[in-house]
Design a protein around this ligand. Structure first.
Ligand code: AKB
Length: 321
C-alpha cells in the first residue's frame, strides 16, 4: 500500500488530485500539504500538513513522519505570476523539485510525480501538432523552470535510478478550485463570468488557439502514468499530453449554446505575448502508445459540465447567503 504526499494540495490541480488519491489509496494513506490552509475542503477531508515546498528540512520531516513513499509535487508559480516575480518563480519551481529528487536519491521516497507544461515550448517550436522531441526555447521564467526541471528529472532517473514521471499539462479547465496566475486561466474565468454576469472581457485575442483539457482528463492522465509499470515509462523528461485545442471565440460560441445572451469582448494584455509563444496543438502519440493515454472530453462536453456544475454551485451559495 502506497503512502502518498501531495505538496501544493490546495491549488487547482492539487485539490482534485488529493480527492482522487484519497479514493484510490484510502484517507489514512494520503497526506495533503500546502503553504496555507485556505482550501478548507482539502484541509478538512483527511490528513493535512502546513508545508513550505522550499523548506528541505520540513519536507524531509513530513516524509519521515508519515513514512511517505510517493510524492506528487504540485506547488509551482505559473506563467503570468512568474513574469512578475521571476526570481521567486525560479526559487519555488526549482528548489522544490531538487528537494524531492534528492530525497528520492537518498532512498527516502520511491516515486515522484512532477508536472511540466506546454510552457516548455517557445516561438521557435513548430506550433501545430508540436512533436514530443523538438526545438524548445521558452520565453517565460515558468517555461524555463519547467524545461530545466525536465532535464533534471531525466538526469536523476538515468544517473540515480529515481522513478520520476511527468506530464506537460496544457491549460486545465475545472469548476471546483480556481486556477491562479496562468495564461490559460481565461478558459475557467469565462464560465464563471458567463453565469454570474453574462459577459466576459478576455485578456487574450479572439483567435488565440491553445491546447486545453478538462480536469477529469488531467486527473486520469496523472493517475494513469503513476500506475503504469516502470518499463512502460520510456520518456523520463516529460510526456506531451493533449485533449483539445480552441480559441476564446470557440469557447464563447460553445457557451452561447447554453446562455444565448452571453457576450465576450477582447482586451489583450501582457499574457497575449506568452500565449503567442506557445503551441496551438500538441502531438501526444508517445503518451498514447507508451501507457495508453486517451482523453474523454471535447469542448462541447466540457462546456455542458462546467455550466451545469457552476450553476449548481452559484445557486447553492445564493441560498446560503
Ligand atoms: C499557465 O497558463 O501558466 C498554466 C500552464 C499552461 O502550464 N496553466
Amino acid at each position: 500500500m502506497s503512502k502518498v504526499l501531495i505538496i501544493g494540495a490546495a491549488g487547482q490541480i492539487g485539490s482534485e488530485l488529493t480527492q482522487k488519491l484519497r479514493e484510490i489509496h484510502g484517507n489514512d494513506n494520503v497526506v495533503a500539504s500546502d503553504i496555507n490552509r485556505s482550501n478548507t475542503q482539502v484541509v478538512n477531508s483527511g490528513l493535512f500538513e502546513t508545508l513550505d515546498a522550499k523548506d528541505f528540512d520540513a519536507v524531509k520531516r513530513c516524509i519521515e513522519k508519515y513514512n511517505i513513499d510517493t510524492v506528487y509535487l504540485m506547488a509551482a508559480m505559473l506563467s503570468a505570476t512568474g513574469e512578475k516575480h521571476p526570481m521567486m518563480a525560479w526559487d519555488l519551481n526549482m528548489n522544490s523539485l531538487f528537494h524531492v529528487l534528492n530525497l528520492a536519491k537518498e532512498g527516502l521516497i520511491k516515486k515522484i510525480f512532477w508536472p511540466s507544461s506546454i510552457a516548455v515550448f517557445g516561438p521557435t517550436t513548430p506550433s501545430v501538432e508540436t512533436p514530443q522531441h523538438t526545438i524548445m526555447e521558452p520565453t517565460t521564467v515558468y517555461g524555463i523552470t519547467k524545461q530545466v526541471g525536465e532535464r533534471w528529472c531525466e538526469y536523476f532517473h538515468k544517473q540515480y535510478g529515481v522513478d520520476v514521471r511527468s506530464l506537460r499539462y496544457p491549460g486545465i479547465i475545472s469548476w471546483k478550485t480556481m486556477p491562479g496566475g496562468g495564461t490559460t486561466d481565461y478558459a475557467v474565468e469565462i464560465y464563471h463570468k458567463a453565469i454570474t454576469h453574462k459577459n466576459y472581457e478576455c485578456f487574450l485575442s479572439e483567435n488565440t488557439e491553445l491546447p486545453m483539457m478538462f480536469m477529469d482528463d488531467a486527473i486520469k492522465a496523472t493517475t494513469s502514468i503513476m500506475q503504469a509499470p516502470s518499463e512502460a515509462i520510456k520518456i523520463r523528461s516529460s510526456y506531451n499530453l493533449a485533449a483539445i485545442s480552441f480559441t476564446p471565440e470557440h469557447i464563447a460560441t460553445s457557451i452561447k449554446k447554453h446562455i444565448p445572451d452571453f457576450e465576450i469582448s477582447y482586451n489583450p494584455d501582457f499574457r497575449q505575448n506568452i500565449a503567442d509563444s506557445w503551441p496551438k496543438s500538441i502531438d501526444d502519440s508517445s503518451a498514447r502508445s507508451d501507457w495508453n493515454w486517451k482523453h474523454d472530453y471535447n469542448l462541447e462536453q466540457l462546456t455542458k459540465e462546467m455550466i451545469f456544475q457552476l450553476e449548481k454551485k452559484y445557486s447553492s451559495s445564493e441560498k446560503v447567503s
